[in-house]
Design a protein around this ligand. Structure first.
Ligand code: NAD
Length: 395
């Protein structure tokens, strides 16, 4: 089996699917790895390092995209050589972020081309799959970077300082939506010396917030049964969100930096901070909206722009992991190698459709959408795609 790693083509994307260390681990379990020259450069990994790790470094994208199994960070897109999906070999396999719940076009295109495609976003949130969970690894990086970006934009410092030149009050940082990114943001802000606050609709979060030395913000709202079986937040009613916005407003106004991460899978991000609440913040305050790609938690957020309104800066960066490309790629590569270790048997792709990890993340196979979350159904007993050079196994 040949595994291909093309250079990412999405604008601003600096990550790479495998770093040299992950290549070394993969080669050790069997496959040959082909890396496009320059694929790791913007993450700090030179071609020589990949070659030393055992990869074959090739010029141009064609050979890497034409491999039996292609590893990418961003979903396939239009490149100089045509659309990346069209450059995949029919019947080959692909593992990547694919946004299948938000954008069906690429998924359908992959199905039409007979690609066996796995979407890393759909990896089940179960203990067994924790080390394969790219949403978590990349959210960890995003939460960290959100604090640094906020701190850098804020006209104040984070820690309390008592100096001969006077006393500086510590920054107040509020994190709204304390999942993986939010927890990392709280920890990072605390380490920098801020006074930290966290809020989430899921009741279990209180203890996690407090364990990081932050205060849990209590709102006068009945959240009811707020968590689904996958650990994600459930959608609330519009009436609930209205009350939430009203309650949250005073906490937002009292904060120097607000980091929002609130998401509900498959939906646009809930609107939690209205323009009026932003205008009640002190000038110079900052909001970093990690939900910007899904419409944002703040009414004033614009994707990939910094908006300044009434002296408050709202940062809507949609790809913070790419701003820390070495460690983000290292973690993503580790996620992929662990996933491949699970999928490969004697160096070939082996699909067990009854396995929770395979069935959870597989989106297209045999020319069809197969994932239940996308309205498809898993094949009952079938061989794996022959073009992957794999001996298939059924589930
Ligand atoms: P996410 O990115 O879907 O959402 C971010 C946060 O926003 C969540 O904590 C969610 O509760 C919160 N949120 C949604 N609507 C909100 C609202 N109206 N107001 C305030 N907050 C709101 O979530 P995530 O970070 O990907 O993870 C969610 C949870 O999944 C984790 O905290 C964890 O419990 C679980 N998880 C489990 C595993 C595992 O077991 N392998 C791995 C990762 C995450």
């Amino acid at each position: 089996m040949i595994i291909g790693v093309p250079k990412e083509i999405a604008r601003g994307e600096r990550r790479v699917a495998l770093v040299p260390d992950s290549v070394k681990q993969l080669v050790a379990i069997g496959p040959e790895v082909v890396v496009q020259s320059g694929a790791g450069v913007s993450a700090g990994f030179e071609d020589e390092a990949y070659a030393e790790a055992g990869a074959r470094v090739v010029d141009g994208a064609a050979e890497a995209l034409g491999a039996d199994l292609v590893l990418k960070v961003q979903m396939p897109g239009e490149s100089e050589g045509g659309h990346e999906v069209d450059q995949l070999r029919e019947g080959a396999a692909l593992i990547s972020f694919l946004k299948p719940l938000d954008q069906t076009e690429i998924t359908q295109r992959l199905a039409d081309r007979g690609i066996t495609a796995f979407s890393v976003e759909l990896m089940p949130r179960i203990t067994r799959a924790q080390s394969m969970d790219a949403l978590s690894s990349q959210s960890t990086i995003a939460g960290y970077k959100a604090v640094l970006m906020g701190a850098d934009t804020l006209p104040r410092i984070f820690p309390m300082l008592v100096t001969a030149a006077g006393t500086l009050q510590p920054a107040r940082v509020l994190v709204v939506g304390v999942g993986v990114a939010g927890l990392q943001a709280l920890g990072t802000a605390k380490r920098l010396g801020a006074v930290t606050y966290g809020y989430d609709t899921r009741a279990v979060v209180r203890e996690q917030v407090e364990s990081l030395g932050a205060r849990f913000v209590e709102l006068d709202l009945d959240v009811g049964d707020s968590e689904d079986s996958g650990g994600y937040a459930k959608a609330q009613t519009e009436e609930f969100y209205q009350r939430q916005r009203a309650e949250l407003g005073k906490h937002v106004a009292a904060s120097d930096l607000v980091i929002t991460t609130a998401l509900v899978p498959g939906q646009t991000a809930p609107l939690l901070i209205e323009a009026d609440a932003v205008r009640n913040m002190r000038p110079g305050s900052v909001i970093v909206d990690l939900a910007a790609e899904k419409g944002g938690n703040c009414e004033l957020t614009q994707a990939d722009q910094n908006v300044v309104d009434s002296g408050v800066t709202i940062i809507g960066h949609t790809n913070l992991p790419s701003e820390v490309p070495a460690h983000a790629s290292q973690m993503y590569g580790k996620n992929l190698v662990t996933f491949l270790d699970h999928l490969l048997e004697e160096g070939a792709l082996s699909l067990d459709f009854s396995d929770e990890i395979t069935a959870g993340s597989l989106v297209t196979h045999g020319g069809k959408l197969v994932n239940e979350r996308l309205g498809g159904s898993m094949p009952q007993a079938e061989t794996a795609p022959e073009a992957s050079g794999a001996e298939g196994e059924e589930g």
